[in-house]
Design a protein around this ligand. Sequence first.
Ligand SMILES: Cc1cc2nc3c(=O)[nH]c(=O)nc-3n(C[C@H](O)[C@H](O)[C@H](O)COP(=O)(O)OP(=O)(O)OC[C@H]3O[C@@H](n4cnc5c(N)ncnc54)[C@H](O)[C@@H]3O)c2cc1C
Length: 459
Amino acid sequence: MGQKFDAVVIGTGQAGPSLATRLAKQGMRTAIIERKLFGGTCVNVGCTPTKTLVASARAAHVARRGADFGVVVDAPVKVDMKRVKARKDAVVRQSNEGVTNWLKNMANLTVYEGHGRLESARSVRVNGDLLETERIFINVGARAAVPDLPGLGQVDYLSNSDMLEVDFLPEHLVIIGGSYIGLEFAQMYRRFGSRVTVIEMADRLIAREDEDVSLAIRSILEAEGVEFRLKAECISLENRNGGVRARVSCDDGVPQVDGSHLLLAVGRRPNTDDLGLDTAGIKTDARGFIVVDDELSTNVPGVWALGDCNGRGAFTHTSYNDYEIVAANLLDGDRRRLSDRIDCYGLFIDPPLGRVGMTERQARATAREVLIGYMPMAHVGRARERGETQGFMKILVDAGTDRILGAAILGVGGDEAVHGILDVMYAGAPFTTIARAVHIHPTVSELIPTMLGDLEPLE
Ligand SMILES: Cc1cc2nc3c(=O)[nH]c(=O)nc-3n(C[C@H](O)[C@H](O)[C@H](O)COP(=O)(O)OP(=O)(O)OC[C@H]3O[C@@H](n4cnc5c(N)ncnc54)[C@H](O)[C@@H]3O)c2cc1C
């Protein structure tokens, strides 16, 4: 005989804790299981620590640029990596302890620390306990993928989580993977003072973005001294005096990169392989993501999958939105849907990229008549005043309906300014709503109406 619960939540990522709280407050006897760190990836080894480190790296960068602003820094800027890490640890600790205390002190909620594994569609084993329930919510997240590269077994490598334990300055950090996670670490460590080389198999960075975005990001990072080896179709690794030699033999450039440390940043895979999904008859796709419908239900009634493990989002805000959708349908009689969600995300290099909706490539593929607006950040007063004029903003509009299809703002404040566009998209309002709005001067957002006043057909 197991212990009976009304609901069992596996994982304390960005959906699990909020959902468990709602269920418990609703009077359901609820259990939540965590095998490692309360708060999951974002809080402990994802968004929070990386953005805290990005802030330290930016401080070093601004200090080095002091003279550009008439600020005299007499000695060379030094970065104390132990203090950088201690600051990061303090910010993470606060968030992790916040989630831990929140869950452990919630009435009606029992916290289990251990690995949860389904024994059926109605029971979960954790440590020696069998939890029996009518409802199971899976929020187990994802982990860094380790690519099958020749020679990997002979070298020491770091994952994104290992990087967060680094309290020294790598002499030459080699990063395999030129996408979101890899590029944030690349700029950060370059600003801390490391030599950094990014090796990417595709012929451009973050290939899911439009080519102009990829190229602008590359030039921003190259201007700071980050080196790139693109089109590295043939990567192999070997140990070289304790460091790493990555053979890339691309079309041009030297056929190898020698570094002191290696970071693998080639994507994430769901934590679904050790969950007993087969036993419960829960379907996954070819990459191990749990298949869900528009309300996050799996193919097995009474079992839901939320967050990165369902492959329908890979962000903190998408996981949290999954919680909102499940709670709305289950507890509020409010029919919210996954398909109502508009894609949005940031790349937190400095300056950042804010992205919503379709890319230009996606808009073209719809065969609609599309209008495009474009504005270099060099025309934005706020960017000029801050001496940070790299990047641009662009927006895509459906010529037939006047609805905004998507936008990218790469530049100072781009991650914030893009939300004005996103909200109008959610409102289903025409682009003229923003075009006719009066925005505050001098901000990045004030140039969005100007950009919309100058739309042209997308060739
Ligand atoms: C370096 C990095 C930077 C990132 N930066 C951003 C960013 O800036 N913005 C953004 O939106 N997103 C960012 N992300 C992504 C973001 O962290 C995730 O999308 C987010 O954490 C959502 O995850 P989740 O809720 O699916 O689960 P997670 O946060 O991954 O949590 C899952 C939890 O389940 C636990 N677990 C797994 N299996 C079991 C089991 N069988 N039993 C018990 N417990 C289990 C895990 O230990 C973990 O605590 C970043 C990720 C990384 C790696």
